[in-house]
Design a protein around this ligand. Structure first.
Ligand code: HEC
Length: 114
């Protein structure tokens, strides 16, 4: 009986692992190159489609970043630039960049206090 329970747990853990896409900070370093242009510059305002403060995402919760990017993909969030960018990202890319930004310190160069 004990052995059977163990097997069930292992099977469940394996199934959970297959679904969970794990973010890899190292793999994100190439992928954030195109984000830094907007999100890495303190006080930068995107001028398209209107003058807009670019949110600072360094130190933001990984789950929040993932959800935000998926909402742009789905069109729940409507900002055209971010929708275009999110459309190019795979689930793995999203997990990687979320992990990357989440491990940054709020208040660092990428996320200065105003
Ligand atoms: C051309 C400039 C630009 C680039 C490049 C860009 N972003 Fe954005 N991003 C913005 C703007 C402007 C917003 C705010 C849009 C809005 O209000 O919905 C935003 C919003 C976000 C948000 C939501 C933040 C919040 O506080 O809700 C996340 C997460 C995000 N971007 C991640 C990324 C990632 C990851 C990349 C690179 C793959 C990237 N962005 C590239 C301009 C940019």
């Amino acid at each position: 009986m004990k052995k059977l329970l163990g097997m069930v747990l292992v099977a469940a853990a394996t199934a959970a692992q297959a679904q969970e896409v794990k973010g890899n900070v190292e793999a994100a370093r190439d992928k954030v190159a195109m984000c830094i242009g907007c999100h890495g510059i303190p006080g930068y305002r995107a001028s398209f489609p209107e003058v807009y403060d670019v949110p600072l995402i360094g130190g933001q919760n990984a789950r929040y970043i993932e959800n935000a990017l998926k909402d742009y993909q789905k069109g729940v969030r409507k900002h055209p630039t971010m929708r275009g960018i999110a459309a190019t990202l795979t689930d793995q890319d999203i997990a990687d960049v979320a992990a990357y930004y989440a491990q940054q310190k709020p208040g660092s160069a990428n996320n200065p206090q105003k």
